[in-house]
Ligand binder design. Structure first.
Ligand code: GLU
Length: 318
């Protein structure tokens, strides 16, 4: 059974770029005869805008993109994230970390690595248990030990500590397949290092929340924007640590802003105008390589066009 999802962060209204991901995930679910869920990813509360969640749902509804189940809000699911972290700690996959950003920069500078502009430094593993742990310092965040995780293939929804063994495996570079981008790889331990699961400010990290929810909701196919592709190897490591299945991934083309950058709320993307939903959907469909309604058919019912695009999507995608 195919289960897909669209997982917007309510940091503002949908824009043209986010509609591409929403439409692609909807079309893929329809093309596979599957279910399509919407999950509001509001764990990063300082970035969330009050009311943006309802506004996004109304924009989707105006475009006729209705979820097959009631949407869920990540802010109401923190007990699941806590349970998953407890299991990761019990199985030796997660550990507490006392380092501040300054400590990480200092440790990396001592190794001759300087921070590139705009890039995060990989965590150097200072607080790893095998390096002495916290050394009496107070824990700030919790991290995944990227050099130490399980490869058990457990059934869906299994987040049990028992199924996560503590095997040490040299897993690098991690290879994964994207349905559009093809084979991808990343040496997670070198590229990002032990990444954060529970932040120093007490907020759950996106990586943990998304993996736990995809597993608990039985998501079989993730379809989302290409800007998220480089999160995938981290999410696959977490899935292995939690012994949950890895969904299939498809990362969709990005809509570029005038400056050639990815269109985002940060660079002033306009809220999606859904007063003419077929126009908005046609732009999104064109980004996905689906042709526009022929001239003269603009009056055709929205639902007819969506179904036609779903047929074309099914014909063109595996
Ligand atoms: N909430 C994320 C975003 O809006 C998307 C997460 C995902 O699809 O995995 O960027």
């Amino acid at each position: 059974m195919y289960i897909g999802r669209f997982a917007p962060s309510p940091t503002g209204p949908l824009h043209a770029g986010s509609l591409v991901a929403a439409l692609a995930s909807w079309l893929d679910a329809r093309a596979h005869g599957g279910r399509w869920l919407v999950r509001i990813e509001d764990v990063d509360t300082p970035r969330c805008v009050p009311g943006a969640d309802q506004f996004i749902l109304s924009q989707l509804a105006a475009c006729g993109l209705m979820p097959d189940e009631a949407p869920v809000w990540q802010s109401q699911r923190t007990t699941h994230y806590r349970a998953a972290l407890d299991r990761l700690v019990a199985s030796g996959h997660a550990y507490p970390c006392a380092c501040s950003r300054k400590d990480i920069e200092a440790a990396q500078a001592a190794r001759g690595t300087l921070r590139q502009r705009g890039a995060e430094l990989p965590y150097p593993g200072t607080c790893r248990p095998e390096h002495g742990g916290l050394n009496g310092r107070a824990p700030r965040a919790w991290r995944l030990h990227t050099g130490n995780f399980s490869f058990n293939d457990a059934p869906a929804h299994s987040l049990s500590a028992e199924s996560a063994t503590n095997s040490i495996a040299n897993v690098t570079p991690l290879r994964w397949h994207d349905r559009r981008l093809g084979t991808q790889h990343q040496h997670v331990e070198q590229a990002v290092g032990d990444f954060v699961l529970l932040r120093a400010d007490g907020l759950w990290a996106y990586q943990l929340a998304v993996v736990v929810d995809d597993a608990l909701q039985g998501i079989t196919h993730v379809v989302r924007g290409e800007d998220l592709a480089d999160n995938t190897p981290r999410q696959i490591l977490l899935q292995r640590a939690l012994a949950v299945p890895t969904p299939r991934y498809l990362h969709t083309p990005l809509v570029l802003a005038k400056d050639g950058q990815k269109l985002s709320k940060q660079n002033g993307a306009q809220a999606l105008d859904v007063s003419q939903p077929l126009v908005a959907l046609t732009h999104a469909a064109q980004t996905l390589g689906l042709s526009a309604p022929p001239a003269g058919t603009v009056g055709l019912a929205l639902a007819a066009w969506r179904d036609e695009w779903a047929r074309r999507w099914a014909a063109g995608s595996g």
